[in-house]
Design a protein around this ligand. Structure first.
Ligand code: NAD
Length: 477
């Protein structure tokens, strides 16, 4: 009897997982050479197909800036792979760990070991980077990897699947389908580790599904990342850098500055400067090739709704065109928008915007932004602008976020030696560079007993030997 298509897809997913799982339990973990060769193949998948990836992603978005695909996806990944390949030998080496004196002359080592099978669930906003950057860490750590791309980037997903299948055995690295039933079944597979990048809402569902298998999860989620402009800041610098951080990928960036807190006396001047910078960088025409489209009609309508609600509640809206202008809407290009005089009751302040609209909130006292941030979910990123180091350090000490860039936006994310990850509602766990290698490894502590030590003194019958040991341990502690 033929199974319905849906059941066939689920059965194929199950088979693919079990084939990988079986290999991970029966074969010796891959050597340094095998891992390096897999990374080289992954690099070839990317660099031999840059133009095809750029076109597929652009077709999925409606339009995606080719330069942004190059910088934020292709070059980012190539440098992740290069860094991993360069340092892998050192990362894989057992690490010495000190041994307490009473156990000497024994030794301790921490041995990094492949976990087995790693699952990756990715969003649509940087589809190439967010499918493959976790895969780089997982492969470097010696794992087999399954990737589930987003259903909102189907052309990209089909291309990635085809290219990976041509270069990798199905039990090394595989890309699954994107359908909804696959997403749910994928999260329920008993992976050795699962990486989920996406919304906080779906992150909860994924964590629940993984929890049933006791599968550890890295949750790379979103949220509202604030930018604070301190009175000591250069308004020109802050405006330009926030304008760029907001409009990269048309605001569809997890670490984009979501909203800006600005001293009340500078709100108008700041908003005008941001508007001028946005025009200078991305023009005022929807055909501008550097300006990316919104991923779907649903997201476009959601952004229209957020801005309309803010206007109805008294915010001043600055835009080069109305979002319902057919020239913009037909291309799903949402006009860069400033929401001046935004207040916390507005819908735009209650959900992650994930689009090119910047609410500007006024503050009087420098403590107000800190209090506001601390009364809301922990942000994925925080941006602080200013020259007053005491004020900066107070914000750093009193707020918690996934990461911080001081006097710019986004760039903490691009530091390959720094961990990437959220906190609380913006996620848990980290990856990138060596942090990814560690996340996808079991760091196994091994104690090597020496023939010479006194550990046998612990065995019964207890008596005078224990008293000697006790004396030594009390002396040591
Ligand atoms: P999403 O949560 O809607 O979808 C993410 C992925 O989850 C998709 O592949 C989807 O098919 C899958 N999915 C949906 N339902 C599922 C279920 N029940 N079980 C398992 N998987 C399921 O997110 P999105 O709209 O694709 O991405 C936007 C969000 O991602 C934003 O909140 C953004 O901030 C966040 N994000 C975070 C990072 C980061 O590094 N922290 C990076 C990029 C995006």
């Amino acid at each position: 009897m033929d199974l319905p298509v849906k059941s066939q897809r689920l059965a194929a997913l199950d088979d693919a997982f079990h084939a990988m799982f079986e290999k991970s339990r029966t074969e010796t973990p891959p050597s340094l050479e095998v891992r390096l060769e897999r990374l080289a193949r992954l690099r070839a998948v990317i660099s031999d197909n840059e133009a095809r990836f750029e076109q597929a992603i652009s077709a999925d978005f409606g339009h995606r800036s080719a330069t942004e695909t190059l910088i934020a996806e292709v070059l980012f990944l190539l440098s992740e792979i290069k860094h991993a390949a360069k340092h892998l030998k050192k990362w894989m080496a057992p690490q010495r760990v000190a041994t307490a004196m009473q156990f000497l002359p024994a030794k301790n080592r921490l041995i990094p070991q492949a976990l087995g099978v790693v699952g990756i669930i990715a969003p649509w906003n940087y589809p190439l980077q967010l499918t493959l950057a976790p895969a780089v860490g997982a492969i470097a750590a010696g794992n087999r990897v399954m990737i589930k791309p987003s259903e909102l980037t189907p052309r990209f997903a089909a291309l990635l699947k085809e290219l990976i299948a041509a270069k990798f055995a199905a039990d090394e690295l595989i890309v699954t389908g994107v359908e909804e039933e696959i997403a749910r079944a994928f999260a329920a597979l008993p992976f050795d580790h699962l990486v989920f990048t996406g919304s906080t809402r779906v992150g909860r569902l994924v964590a629940e599904a993984a929890g049933r298998n006791l599968t550890p999860v890295t949750l790379e989620l979103g949220g509202k990342s604030p930018a604070i402009v301190h009175r000591s800041a250069s308004l020109d610098e802050a405006a330009e850098r926030i304008a760029y951080g907001k409009l990269l990928n048309a605001g569809q960036t997890c670490i984009a500055p979501d909203y800006a807190f600005v001293p009340e006396e500078s709100v108008q001047a700041f908003a005008e400067k941001v508007r001028t910078d946005m025009r200078r960088m991305f023009g005022t025409e929807p055909a501008n090739k550097d300006y990316t489209s919104i991923i779907s009609d649903r997201h476009y309508a959601r952004l229209e709704g957020l801005v309309a609600d803010a206007a109805a509640r008294g915010a001043r809206i600055l835009q080069p065109a109305k979002p319902d202008d057919p020239n913009w809407k037909a291309r799903r290009k949402f006009p860069p928008t400033l929401v001046v005089g935004a207040t916390p009751d507005m819908a735009i302040m209650q959900e992650e915007i994930f689009g090119p609209a910047l609410p500007v909130l006024a503050y009087r006292d420098a403590k107000e932004p800190i209090d506001y941030i601390n009364r809301h979910d922990r942000p994925l990123a925080l941006y602080w602008f200013g020259r007053d180091s005491a004020a900066r350090d107070e914000v750093l000490a009193r707020t918690i976020s996934g990461g911080v860039t001081v006097n710019d936006c986004l760039f903490h994310f691009t530091q390959i030696n720094q961990p990437m990850g959220g906190v609380g509602a913006s996620g848990s766990g980290v990856y990138h560079g060596e942090w990814g290698f560690r996340t996808f490894s079991k760091l196994k502590p091994v104690f090597y007993r020496s023939a010479l030590n006194r550990l046998a003194d612990l065995y019964p019958p207890y008596g005078a030997k224990i008293a000697r040991l006790e004396k030594l341990m009390r002396f040591m502690s």
